[in-house]
Design a protein. Structure first.
Lengths: 635, 248
């Protein structure tokens, strides 16, 4: 490939986006539907075809058992962690789930792990980018909540791999936002990024210094966001319905989905108006209607948004800063559109937050900036460097079930720590190490990351071996472990058992099963898309021949168009992409005047509007410069 | 204050860059900028600083930023596997070194460790031993605090007893509050005591380079620092106990 595109991806709880650096400016790449946001929704249609994004949304209401959303909440988690989520989200777990196995969620008759579902969203974004560039995309930077632990990060990276992407870096969402914010400003100072998204909350405090973006402290809650507000409103509505109408709809997936849709619309409306109405059609022709005033809404959500206060205060404390030392507060995430949230932030930091940025897009734009930096940089990014931190302390379990912290939270990554181990029994050849993540004193209160088994320790009297284990958190916030027996100098073998997560082999098999050979995949898709385009233009021509405009063409023009038509029909089912492409382009050329005539005579007004629109949006990419007639037929 | 800047060779000036062959700096080549294989060095040496405790943190930060620009994995996004792995190691060492040196207490503890005193190890072993035998870890009370601690412990005992039966004695709480304040003041003043020892240590380092240092002097200073850190630790734990007793 002439150019290797590296894209930035915001893999969100509710929506996902893909962006790249166009010269000096990060821009979001729209999907085929022209929209920037791809809802993180995956559905299976009647024919078990996978549908992702906006098109999948209708399945949430029509066939809720065939659609999943907010799967980010399940990334890197075990069954016992998600009991609370299950009450609210009705994820259907696979029945044959074994203890300690990675979760599998049922979609229709199939079951997928959270990384696989995320991979389907990522694959859609990858395709959007490939369609946009007309070239394969194999490398990406993906954002994660800053407060994601090792398992959640690893699961995100796995999702990228399954989608056929080489994940060059995981970037923390608030940090990515700061890159987009600081790109054109080149100013120094302390900024706070308050990121309240669909399902996660992060707070990061950064020091900006001549292009260095140094995170000083970060905190958050990976299960706090707009979803929680929606769930609260749904619970209230369900109670209301039970009380007023005597209907218990808690188990009715379709009704709950309808209520969810309605409360989300109400929530959005209340960001700009003083009151709104809930109006939901229920089964048996019944209706649920209710007025919600802004005041009521703000009272109801107070306990939820108050949960962001603790992490903010802790981050300030960890950074050793007082609110008045903060120079700027940046808001990120759709939930920061809620006026009450903005007021809370203003109270916390004693200043009006910065709201110029589009809170839905800024993270993806920042990811694009980081992608550009990793790709070697450009003039505008060459002085930029991100120094991020690990959000949680890394510890190991020692005698008595106590956590011994070896890398403290808010340490700049990469960070490392070295520990020494020995044996308890003569001739012992294995040493087990339990790695934990979290702030609590007792191991059982921390997150278990993995159990390592150091194997191949040379047999020696107890206490004699000296095994040096190096724990290293890389720039993605993911742990790597290596070990060496110092007396023999032997590299010890480490058997890692991630507590929650896929093994490399599992990831590999998922990758091979579904998305083998990215390059080949892309060629195939290119051909399929070209065929579809050929069909469209051929259909349009067939219709145009019945139009009066056809008779206005000269004999030569008609004959030429028909020759090219035949030629395209002949090549379009072959595997020669360029032949199909050429066929489309020449037929396109030959019928240009026909299209114009049709427009002039205003035979079809719909066609005209569409055609003008198309000429205005011609990217000049060749491959995607559509034919006016063909495009018009898409309606 | 730092003797050398980080981009001068520290140990072996004759080493050459693996990529372009010219003379290289410690961590990256001063000629072609390529990252070099990491050499195990102590944190002071990593920054090219002498092993002194008074340290200009502004200069340290500046050097940290400059080295980050050369060593961070982001700079090697498109480099080969080997360079990426060296960069990862170099930059983790840079971050570990910066984190340790910028904090006055961690810096002192680190120096003590370099001088062969395993502070943490001592305390960890003691803790584990105590845990294994099921006993509370015995803390040696610093002599100057003996009286104060004895009284405070009695008050705490009393407070816990009162809490158990749901009583509240404002006078007692005030007494404890006063004692806590006095402890916190001592805690802060210990940092100044420590800084006095830094000066002594730094003078000893200078003297050593002039070949007229006396080993016993160095030893004395190190022991004094260990003592200060231990007292500081003791007070910190005590204040934590007080806070716990008052909250519960």
């Amino acid at each position: 490939m002439a150019t290797d595109y590296i894209v930035g991806i915001d893999l969100g709880t509710t929506n996902s986006l893909v962006a790249y650096m166009q010269g000096d400016v990060p821009v979001v790449i729209p999907g085929e539907d022209g929209l920037n946001l791809v809802p993180s929704v995956v559905a299976l249609d009647e024919k078990n075809q996978i549908i992702v994004g906006n098109a999948a949304r209708k399945y949430l209401i029509e066939t809720p058992e065939r659609a999943v959303f907010s799967v980010k909440r399940l990334m890197g988690r075990g069954v016992e962690d998600i009991q609370e989520e299950l009450k609210l989200f009705r994820f259907r777990l696979a029945e044959d789930l074994q203890q300690g196995e990675v979760l599998r969620i049922k979609v229709g008759e199939r079951a997928y792990t959270p990384p696989e579902i995320s991979a389907l969203v990522l694959r859609q974004l990858k395709r959007n980018a490939e369609r946009f560039f007309g070239a394969p995309v194999a490398q990406a930077v993906i954002t994660v909540p800053a407060y994601f632990n090792d398992a959640q990060r690893q699961a995100t990276k796995d999702a990228g791999r399954i989608a056929g992407l080489n994940v060059l870096r995981l970037v923390n969402e608030p940090t990515a936002a700061s890159l987009a914010y600081g790109l054109d400003k080149k100013k120094n100072g302390i900024i706070v990024v308050y990121d309240l998204g669909g399902g996660t909350f992060d707070i990061s405090i950064l020091k900006l210094h001549d292009g260095i973006f140094e995170v000083i402290a970060t905190n958050g809650d990976t299960h706090l966001g707009g979803d929680d507000i929606d769930n609260l409103l749904i619970a209230i509505a369900l109670d209301d319905i039970r009380g007023d109408l005597g209907l218990d709809l808690r188990r009715n997936g379709e009704a709950v989905a309808r209520i969810r849709k309605a409360v989300i619309e109400a929530k959005i409306a209340l960001s700009s108006q003083a009151a709104t109405k809930l109006d939901v059609d229920l089964p048996d022709g019944k209706k649920y209607q209710r007025e919600i005033s802004l005041e009521m809404f703000e009272q109801m959500i107070q306990p939820i948004i108050d949960r962001t206060v603790g992490p903010c205060k802790q981050a300030l404390k960890d950074a050793g800063l007082k609110p008045k030392q903060i120079d700027e507060v940046v808001l990120v995430g759709g939930s920061t559109r809620i006026p009450k949230v903005q007021r809370l932030v203003e109270e916390l930091f004693g200043r009006k937050p910065h709201t110029d940025l589009n809170p839905d897009e800024v993270v993806a734009l920042g990811a694009a900036v980081q992608a550009n930096i990793l790709g070697g940089g450009s003039e505008i990014t060459q002085d930029m460097l991100l120094l991020d931190v690990t959000p949680l302390s890394l510890g190991i379990e020692v005698a008595g079930g106590v956590t011994d912290k070896i890398i403290l939270r808010n340490s700049t990554v990469p960070a490392s720590a070295t520990q020494h181990y020995t044996t308890q029994v003569d001739g012992q050849t294995n040493v087990a190490i339990h790695v934990l993540q979290g702030e609590r004193e007792l191991a059982r209160d921390c997150r278990s990351l993995a159990r390592f088994d150091l194997k191949g320790v040379p047999p020696m009297p107890a206490g004699l071996p000296r095994i040096e284990v190096k724990f290293l958190i890389d720039a993605n916030g993911i742990l790597r472990v290596s070990a060496r027996e110092q007396r023999s100098g032997k590299e010890a073998e480490i058997d890692v058992q991630p507590t929650y997560g896929l093994t490399d082999e599992q990831v590999e098999s998922m990758l091979l099963e579904s998305f083998d050979y990215a390059e080949e995949d892309f060629r195939q898709r290119q051909i399929i898309e070209a065929r579809r385009e050929a069909d469209t233009i051929l259909d349009a021509l067939a219709k145009a021949k019945k139009n009066s405009a056809w008779r206005e063409l000269s004999m030569d023009e008609c004959r030429n168009a028909e020759t090219l038509e035949k030629k395209l029909v002949n090549v379009k089912n072959g595997d020669d992409y360029h032949a199909i492409r050429d066929g489309i382009d020449s037929l396109n050329q030959a019928t240009m005047r026909l299209a114009e005539l049709m427009m002039d005579t205003a035979v079809s007004t719909a066609l005209k509007g569409k055609a003008m629109d198309v000429t205005g949006h011609d990217h000049g990419e060749g491959t995607h410069a559509g034919h006016p007639m063909a495009k018009a037929d898409f309606e | 204050m730092p003797g050398k800047s980080g981009n001068q060779p520290v140990d072996d000036a004759t080493q050459s860059c693996w990529s372009c062959g010219t003379m290289r700096a410690v961590h990256f080549c001063s000629s072609c900028g390529k990252v070099q294989p990491p050499v195990p060095v102590d944190y002071f040496t990593f920054f090219g600083f002498p092993r002194k405790l008074n340290l200009d943190t502004a200069a340290l930060e500046k050097e940290f930023y400059a080295l980050s620009r050369k060593l961070h994995p982001d700079v090697f996004g498109q480099a080969g596997e080997q360079e990426r792995s060296w960069s990862l190691e170099q930059s983790s060492m840079l971050n570990d070194a910066y984190r340790t040196l910028k904090d006055p207490i961690k810096r002192t503890q680190y120096l003590l460790r370099l001088e062969g005193i395993e502070l943490e190890e001592q305390s960890k072993q003691a803790t584990e031993k105590a845990r294994a035998s099921g006993e509370l870890k015995k803390q040696v009370v610093p002599p100057d605090l003996l009286e104060e601690v004895f009284e405070l412990n009695m008050h705490l005992e009393e407070l816990r007893a009162q809490k158990k039966i749901g009583e509240d004695d404002p006078a007692l709480l005030e007494e404890i509050g006063k004692a806590k304040l006095s402890l916190e003041e001592k805690y802060d003043s210990l940092l100044n005591e420590l800084k006095d020892e830094w000066n002594g240590w730094d003078r000893a380092v200078d003297a050593a380079t002039e070949n007229n240092g006396i080993e016993s002097d160095r030893r004395k200073i190190l022991d004094k620092m260990v003592d200060i850190l231990n007292r500081r630790n003791y007070i910190r734990n005590l204040v934590r106990d007080v806070n716990e007793a008052m909250e519960n």
